[in-house]
Design a protein around this ligand. Structure first.
Ligand SMILES: [Zn+2]
Length: 164
């Protein structure tokens, strides 16, 4: 306890002007975004959205994993999602290290063996993005009327560029 004091204090301030009470959990702009956990990415603001507008699913690399698909299926059928953006980004650690390099780096930081830990590194971001877009488009529980786009986010300009 105590190590979170700054964040808890900030939360109290946040709650003072909180306006989302009683708000439902639907994606009001009909949007879902799958993107990386990278702290340079502000997934709502980068496409002009605000809290309440979109479902956001993040993981290292912004990959369409089984968990991401689970979220997208729920989003489409129960939470109003009609457009899905898959958005990896430039300078992503998952695309600029090998799995072995990440194991070595994490092992050094942890001070214990990390050779058993899987890291889903990306050898070709564009090819992986294409596969991920296909994976969503061909999912039996994602209907054809749902738009699926694959984008690259450029961390140095803030722009997204549609690739698929
Ligand atoms: Zn990343």
């Amino acid at each position: 306890m105590g190590n979170f004091d700054d964040l808890i204090a900030a939360n109290k301030k946040f709650a003072e002007t909180f306006e989302l009470g009683g708000f439902d959990g639907v994606a009001h702009a009909g949007v879902a975004i799958v993107t990386c956990m990278d702290s340079r990415i502000d997934p709502l603001r980068m496409v002009g959205l605000t809290p309440g507008d979109a479902k956001i699913f993040r993981n290292p690399g912004g990959r369409v994993t089984d968990a991401a698909l689970e979220a997208l299926v729920l989003g489409v059928h129960l939470l109003g999602v009609e457009r899905i953006l898959i958005v990896p980004h430039t300078k992503c650690a998952m695309a600029s290290n090998t799995e072995n390099e990440l194991r070595v780096r994490v092992g050094k930081s942890a001070g214990v063996d990390a050779s058993w830990q899987s890291f889903h590194v990306i050898s070709d971001q564009i090819a992986s993005l294409q596969q991920d877009v296909q994976r969503v488009r061909t999912h039996p529980l994602i209907p054809d009327h749902v738009e699926v786009g694959g984008f690259m986010y450029y961390v140095d300009t803030g722009l997204i560029d549609q690739k698929f």
